[in-house]
Design a protein around this ligand. Structure first.
Ligand SMILES: CC(=O)N[C@H]1[C@@H](OP(=O)(O)OP(=O)(O)OC[C@H]2O[C@@H](n3ccc(=O)[nH]c3=O)[C@H](O)[C@@H]2O)O[C@H](CO)[C@@H](O)[C@@H]1O[C@H](C)C(=O)N[C@@H](C)C(=O)N[C@H](CCC(=O)O)C(=O)O
Ligand SMILES: Nc1ncnc2c1ncn2[C@@H]1O[C@H](COP(=O)(O)OP(=O)(O)OP(=O)(O)O)[C@@H](O)[C@H]1O
Ligand SMILES: N[C@H](CCC[C@H](N)C(=O)O)C(=O)O
Ligand SMILES: [Mg+2]
Length: 486
């Protein structure tokens, strides 16, 4: 594709340059990483958190890049396109370069629940007969494909290559997770959305966003900038930030549809909890539906309603969407029941790695726990340090026994991380080795107890320094359960 077509019309500052021979350059690839530049590539220099792409222009050109995009003039032997927002350019040009995306794309944002909602909406679409995909923290799941993921919202070049592949494979419907990093870094700006969803807002990523308002504003880019005006915006109604989200979506001129107890689109009227399922009564456009959701946890009801709202908003019959909820399978590692002991204690793996999520998960299991709640968790290194004592307090307040252990220490000293949690975790035990912490917790399980191993969910590794050691909470819990004599 030539540079003129690739650049589109969103950057009038390029018009003059693109009228020259530079506009006719045949671009054979796009990258923001000089190390991936090849002969014929366009190199987009973006300023990042660790490095400034601008310093790698010569490397990119040496690797074969034939044009460069930058936020400021740079001396180079190839044409330099100076644009106000290189990250936006990267996303829009990647979308044009890879051309196709599944026809019905939706994105969901919020501090907790994105992976679950993306999984649920994929399951509802599939139940309704569509070829559907989900893209997010747990990777890509689509017919015939299950790829393990790393980022929640992939970088724009990988994302658009993936969307084109999915469309080529026949996927017509895809649900994406929109992380605040992804939104802030314009990773989704080239995606053509049909609808968008919001779950909730809580403390997260305070290492990246200076204030919670800044964090919320990044999330709201989904509504105020990305979703085309007049599209359905499905918003969970019962969160402290719901009103702000509704306002942002209204101000942007969207068709706002609230779901939850205070919701008007899917109004939740009643919930009855059972051990592994919940019965809900939902009102939608004058009709009453009673649905059995085969998952534990109040928060799963919220996620199921956001997913059903998005499915209905993208053309699924309401009765079909709500029927599909009866068949839901939880996303991997999200309050996932791994097994039980002979004396009836339940062992779950959960991905709660932030205070609100931990609070929710521990509160959710209390109604069906006749014995004690035993919690094993840690906090990641090189991430928000402020959440550590908060999670320590939440865990000890809502559990009977807490074991503080390691969770991806990365470049930090593991004992320092544990100490920061322990400072507010009165009475907690500290066992550094996560496998040992899990087996000790399992050995304590008595009749009616519930074990929650939180923080790693679907993850398959423990990141120590820059090395990822194979590690799975699932496997450790399973092994420990098998080793029990009772
Ligand atoms: C903090 C953050 O979001 N970083 C992401 C960001 O990197 P960055 O722009 O800050 O990159 P940088 O390292 O400062 O480098 C700047 C630029 O120089 C380029 N460079 C660098 C070196 C070189 O030799 N040549 C070169 O061209 C880099 O390719 C980059 O374009 O953009 C990169 C490409 O898209 C991401 O891979 C990278 O994710 C890092 C690995 C990461 O850990 N991100 C996490 C925090 C993240 O994004 N998490 C969210 C939310 C998670 C959740 O709550 O679910 C997610 O969406 O996953
Ligand atoms: N609607 C919700 N409200 C509160 N907590 C939730 C909700 N949904 C999930 N959780 C909690 O958050 C954890 C992560 O859930 P999920 O993976 O669906 O969210 P996410 O937004 O994708 O998170 P991440 O940003 O870490 O990928 C769950 O394991 C559970 O503990
Ligand atoms: N994807 C998120 C969550 C990681 C969860 C936890 N296991 C940790 O390492 O902090 C991140 O990288 O911040
Ligand atoms: Mg996620």
């Amino acid at each position: 594709m030539n540079l003129r077509d690739l650049s589109g019309t969103e950057f009038p500052e390029l018009n003059e340059l693109l009228r020259t021979d530079a506009g006719a350059l045949d671009i054979t690839g796009i990258t923001a990483d000089s190390r991936k530049a090849q002969p014929g590539s366009l190199f987009v220099a973006v300023a990042g958190t660790k490095a400034d792409g601008g310093t790698y222009v010569q490397d990119a050109v040496a690797n074969g890049a034939i044009a460069v995009v930058s936020s400021h003039a740079i001396d180079a032997d190839v044409p330099v396109l100076v644009v106000s927002d290189p990250r936006l350019y990267l996303s829009l040009s990647a979308a044009r370069f890879y051309r196709t995306q599944p026809e019905t794309m939706i994105a969901v944002t919020g501090t907790a629940g994105k992976t679950s909602v993306a999984s649920f909406i994929r399951q509802i679409w599939t139940f309704a007969g569509h070829a559907a995909a989900q893209i997010g923290t747990t990777g890509v799941i689509a017919p015939g494909r299950e790829d393990y993921g790393s980022l929640t919202t992939p970088d724009p070049v990988s994302l658009h290559a993936l969307l084109a592949d999915l469309a080529f494979e026949g996927v017509t419907h895809a649900a994406m997770e929109a992380s605040s990093h992804g939104l802030d870094q314009r990773r989704l700006d080239g995606v053509k959305l049909k609808a968008a969803g919001f779950t909730n807002l809580g403390r997260d990523h305070m290492d990246y966003h200076p204030t919670i308002e800044d964090y919320m504003a990044a999330k709201m880019r989904l509504f105020d900038t990305l979703l085309p005006k007049g599209s359905p915006a499905v918003i969970f109604s019962d969160d402290a930030w719901s009103e702000s989200a509704v306002k942002a979506a209204m101000d942007a001129g969207h068709d706002v549809r609230t779901v939850g107890r205070k919701g008007d689109y899917l109004a939740l009227k009643r919930v009855e909890h059972f051990r592994h399922k919940q019965m809900i009564e939902v009102h939608h456009q004058g009709k009453i539906y009673e649905v059995d959701i085969p998952l534990a946890g109040d928060f799963q009801v919220a996620n199921a309603l956001v997913a059903a709202g998005l499915a209905i908003s993208t053309g699924v019959e309401p009765s079909v969407a709500l029927k599909a909820l009866e068949k839901l399978v939880g996303a991997a590692g999200r309050l996932e029941l791994i097994g039980q002991t002979k004396n009836g204690a339940l062992a779950y793996v959960d991905y709660a790695h932030k205070p609100d999520a931990l609070e929710n998960v521990l509160t959710s299991v209390r109604p069906f726990t006749s014995g004690r709640i035993i919690t094993v968790f840690g906090c990641g290194g090189d991430r928000d340090k402020g959440k550590r004592p908060i999670m320590g307090e939440v865990a000890t307040r809502l559990s009977d026994i807490v074991i503080v252990t390691d969770d991806n220490p990365r470049s930090e000293e593991p004992q320092t991380i544990r100490a920061e949690i322990m400072a507010a975790a009165t009475g907690a035990l500290e066992i550094a080795d996560r496998a040992e912490a899990i087996s000790h917790a399992v050995s304590l399980l008595g009749s009616g107890d519930t074990l929650i191993v939180a923080g790693k969910g679907h993850e398959e590794g423990q990141i120590v320094g820059s090395v990822t050691l194979p590690f799975s909470d699932h496997e450790q819990v399973r092994t420990a359960l098998e080793g029990l004599k009772i």
